[in-house]
Write a protein that binds this ligand. Structure first.
Ligand code: PGA
Length: 273
């Protein structure tokens, strides 16, 4: 069975990172929530655009409370794998679902680079998210030196083999149209640098990711998995990236803090299918 691109869920997720005061964050979220009213969001699960924002933890509860009626979904930038316990500084999946979060980014390259995140810990976090009905956005991507030495597919293959291991088993008895977990391809050399992968470079890696997922799970599941691209996505380049057959959305950092740009990226998602 082959899914056409327009049958997959298109996801535009904003990763605010450690930015905005609470007042700024609330203003940004409310402004965005007004703007997205112009778009034809559908309740039909088989073909839809989903918009997610991932503000800092301290903002989630307040923003969610003000956006109960909004189509925008809330996500966290990380989660811990245990439900509770002596893990100073960590936040668990039940804490996030309790305040209305539906998503959690796991394995972002900044977590890998600055906070010792490994493929194994990414896997634990993704599994905990799924067990508690949070949808993980699992990030993978190569560094510049890995790309230049021709190791891109080896690195991403390993990140997937370990990071996604056992996740399908958690979903075994659940019915779904779109795979609850999504993969974000974020080449490290493109994050926050203004250097975007070309649409062809993104498509090449996304095809590799879909094939790897197909080998690890099944073609059916791989075809239902949304693959997001991240790394300097902005209002200008989003449309070219999103029209690629295997680019099913974007994980947006810097441009998600600019309501005009983020709205334009969402517009590109609606016109991409
Ligand atoms: P950027 O960040 O869009 O600012 O490059 C993307 C990300 O880190 O998710």
């Amino acid at each position: 069975m082959t899914f056409r691109k327009n049958q997959r869920e298109i996801i535009i997720a904003g990763n605010w990172k450690m930015n905005t005061s609470l007042a700024e964050g609330r203003g940004l979220a409310l402004n965005l929530s007004e703007r997205v009213k112009q778009f034809p969001f559908s309740t039909d699960d088989s073909a839809k655009v989903t918009v997610v924002i991932c503000p800092p933890y301290t903002h989630l509860h307040f923003i969610r409370a003000e956006m109960m009626e909004s189509t925008i979904e809330m996500g966290a930038q990380n989660i811990h794998w245990e439900e509770k316990g002596a893990y100073t500084g960590e936040i668990s999946a039940p804490m996030l679902t309790e305040i209305g979060c539906k998503w959690a980014i796991v394995g972002h390259s900044e977590r890998r680079q600055f906070f010792g995140e490994t493929n194994e810990s990414v896997n634990l976090r993704a599994a905990a998210a799924l067990k508690h009905n949070l949808r993980p956005i699992i990030c993978v991507g190569e560094s510049l030196s890995e790309r230049e030495s021709g190791a891109t597919f080896d690195v991403i293959g390993k990140q997937l083999m370990i990071g996604v291991k056992g996740l399908i088993e958690i979903l075994e008895n659940k019915e779904f149209t779109s795979n609850p977990f999504v993969i974000a391809y974020e080449p490290i050399w493109a994050i926050g640098t203004g250097k975007t992968a070309t649409p062809e470079q993104a498509e090449e890696v996304h095809c590799f990711i879909r094939n790897t997922l197909s080998e690890m799970t099944s073609e059916n599941i791989a075809e239902r998995t949304s693959l997001l691209y991240g790394g300097s996505v902005n209002a200008k380049n989003a449309s070219d990236l999103l029209t690629m057959p295997n680019v099913d959305g974007a994980l947006v950092g810097g441009a998600s803090l600019d309501v005009e740009q983020f709205t334009e990226i969402i517009r590109s998602a609606f016109s991409s299918y």
